[in-house]
Design a binder for this molecule. Structure first.
Ligand code: ATP
Ligand code: MG
Length: 455
C-alpha cells in the first residue's frame, strides 16, 4: 500500500530537522535531533568537519526569492531556523515533504574557531562502527532487514552523517519512478533518515534460504563508496518481495533523455568510466551497463546503478523475465566466457545510442525494455559493429566508441586505457555544471511539454 504521511503537519522547534551542507564536492546531510539546542559554533564545526581544507567562518542560506543571507552568530542562526520552520509548515500545508535546510559555507581568511562546544549534529547512536546489520534470529515474520548508515567520502563524514537502519515501516512510498525487467522503482521518504530514497521492489518467489543468500551477497554494496556509484542504504524482504533502498537521483536515468550533445556526453562518459573502474577495482563486474542504469541529478552528478553483485538475485529475476539483454557484448550473447571487456562493449553501445538517439542496430527494435529474444540479437554476434558517423561527431568520440565496440574482447581498451583515452581525458575537467545545466534544462522542457499536453 502506498502511503504519503501528511499527518503531524506543523513543525515544532523541538522537531528534528535535516541540514544540508552544500560543499564543492557534494551535499552532506546532517540530522539535527534538537535544533533548539544548536548554536552557531556547533554548526560551524560540523561544516569544518566536512570541509577540512577550507577556513569557513560563516555560512549562508537562501530566502524565498533566492537571495543569500549570511549567518555569523547565534542570533542570525535563530532567524534562519525560524524562517526554515515557516517554509516547512508551508510545504506541509501544500501536501509536500519539507526540503532539508540548505546552507552554503563561506570561506574566510581568519583561522577557525575550535570546537569548544562539542559537535551536536546528529545524536543518533551509531553502533557497530557505521554499519548495523539486523538479522532476526527467526525468520518467522518473513521480514529480513539489513541496513547501514549513510556512506560518504570520509570516515569523519560517516560519523557526522550516520543514520539509523532502514526497515519497511519507516518508508513512505510516494510516486512510481519506473518499471524494469524485474521490479518497480518508487520514490519514497525515509522517516528516520529524513531523506528521499529510490526503492526498487522486486517480487521473488524464493525460499528463506535463498533470501538469506541474497542478503549476504548484497553486503558488498556497503563497501561501495564512490561518487560515481549510487549509494546503497539498505535492503529488506517483506513476504515475497525484496526492497532495495538507494539514493534518489532527481534527473532519472539517461534512457529517457533525447539526443545528448557530445560535450555533455563526454562528461557523462568520464563519470561512467570512473564508476566502472571503481567497481572493477573491487572485482565487481557491472554486467548490466545500459542507459537506464546510468542516473543523473540536477547537481550534475552521474552514477551507476543495478550492478549484479548478487548472483542469486540476478538468477532469481532471470527465472521470471525471459530474454537477452540487447546491450550485452557479442561473447555474452553467444554464451562464451566474459569479463571486464564485456562491460566495455556495453559502454560503447550505450554511448552510441545516447549520441544517435536510436539503438545502433536498426534491425533491433527495442520497444519496451532491453530484453529481446536471443535470435534477434544474432546480428550483434555476426555483423561488424556499427560506427558513429564521422561527419557528426568528433574524431576522438568516434574512436572511443569504435575501440569499445571491437568485436574481439581483448582488443577493447582495458580500464587504464579507457581513462587515458583522449575522449575521456578531454572531458575529465571536473565540470559538473555542464551536466547540471543540461539536466535542469531537459527537466524544464519536459515539465512545460507536460503542462502544454494538459491544456
Ligand atoms: P532493469 O530492470 O533491466 O534494470 P530498468 O533499468 O529500465 O531495467 P529499473 O531498474 O527497474 O528498470 O528502473 C526503472 C526506472 O526507475 C529507471 O529507468 C529510472 O528511470 C528509475 N530509477 C531507478 N533507480 C532510480 C534512482 N535511484 N533515482 C531515480 N530514478 C531511478
Ligand atoms: Mg535499472
Amino acid at each position: 500500500m502506498l502511503v504519503l504521511d501528511l499527518n503531524n503537519i506543523f513543525v515544532m522547534d523541538t522537531e528534528a530537522i535535516v541540514i544540508r551542507i552544500k560543499t564543492p564536492s557534494g551535499d552532506m546531510d546532517s540530522s539535527v535531533d534538537c535544533p533548539s539546542l544548536l548554536n552557531f559554533n556547533d554548526l560551524l564545526v560540523a561544516i569544518r568537519d566536512v570541509m577540512p581544507e577550507a577556513t569557513v567562518t560563516a555560512f549562508e542560506y537562501e530566502d524565498e526569492v533566492g537571495d543569500r543571507i549570511t549567518v555569523r552568530s547565534d542570533e542570525e542562526l535563530k532567524a534562519m531556523l525560524s524562517y526554515y520552520y515557516n517554509t516547512m509548515n508551508e510545504q506541509r500545508m501544500n501536501g509536500l515533504l519539507p526540503d532539508p535546510l540548505q546552507i552554503f559555507p563561506r570561506a574566510g581568511k581568519t583561522p577557525g574557531i575550535r570546537n569548544i562546544h562539542g559537535l551536536k549534529v546528529n545524536t543518533r547512536p551509531n553502533p557497530a562502527n557505521d554499519c548495523t546489520h539486523t538479522v532476526p534470529d527467526s525468520m518467522t515474520n518473513n521480514s529480513y532487514v539489513l541496513s547501514c548508515s549513510l556512506k560518504k567520502s570520509s570516515a569523519e563524514l560517516k560519523r557526522i552523517l550516520s543514520n539509523g537502519q532502514i526497515n519497511a515501516l519507516d518508508i513512505h512510498y510516494q510516486e512510481q519512478l519506473g518499471h524494469g525487467n524485474g521490479g518497480t522503482v518508487y520514490k519514497a521518504y525515509h522517516v528516520h533518515g529524513k531523506r528521499v530514497l529510490a526503492v526498487k521492489v522486486i517480487p521473488l518467489d524464493i525460499t528463506v534460504e535463498l533470501q538469506k543468500q541474497i542478503m549476504s551477497e548484497l553486503e558488498i554494496l556497503y563497501k561501495c563508496d564512490s561518487p560515481y556509484i549510487i549509494t546503497f542504504f539498505g535492503a529488506f524482504f517483506v513476504e515475497n518481495r525484496i526492497s532495495i533502498c538507494t539514493e534518489f537521483m532527481d534527473g532519472g536515468s539517461l534512457d529517457v533523455f533525447k539526443r545528448i550533445p557530445e560535450h555533455v556526453l563526454g562528461r557523462i562518459a568520464v563519470s561512467v568510466v570512473k564508476g566502472l573502474t571503481y567497481l572493477w577495482s573491487l572485482k565487481i563486474l557491472h554486467r548490466d551497463v545500459k542507459p537506464s542504469n546510468m542516473l543523473v541529478n540536477t547537481r550534475g552528478q552521474v552514477k551507476l546503478c543495478d550492478f549484479g553483485v548478487s548472483t542469486q538475485l540476478v538468477n532469481s529475476i532471470a527465472k521470471t523475465y525471459v530474454g537477452t539483454n540487447a546491450y550485452m557484448a557479442p561473447e555474452r550473447i553467444s554464451g562464451e566466457q566474459y569479463g571486464i571487456h564485456a562491460d566495455v562493449w556495453s559502454v560503447g553501445i550505450s554511448f552510441m545510442e545516447l549520441a544517435l538517439d536510436m539503438f545502433p542496430y536498426p534491425q533491433i527494435q527495442k520497444n519496451q525494455g532491453s530484453l529481446m529474444p536471443l535470435q534477434l540479437l544474432q546480428c550483434i554476434v555476426d555483423e561488424d559493429p556499427p560506427v558513429l558517423p564521422v561527419d557528426q561527431f568528433s574524431e576522438k568520440f568516434v574512436h572511443f566508441i569504435t575501440q569499445c565496440m571491437r568485436r574481439q574482447p581483448k582488443e577493447r581498451p582495458a580500464p587504464n586505457n579507457l581513462m587515458d583515452h583522449p575522449f575521456i581525458t578531454q572531458y575529465n575537467d571536473g565540470n559538473t555544471e555542464v551536466v547540471s545545466m543540461w539536466v535542469c534544462r531537459c527537466l524544464e522542457d519536459r515539465r512545460s511539454q507536460q503542462a502544454q499536453g494538459r491544456v
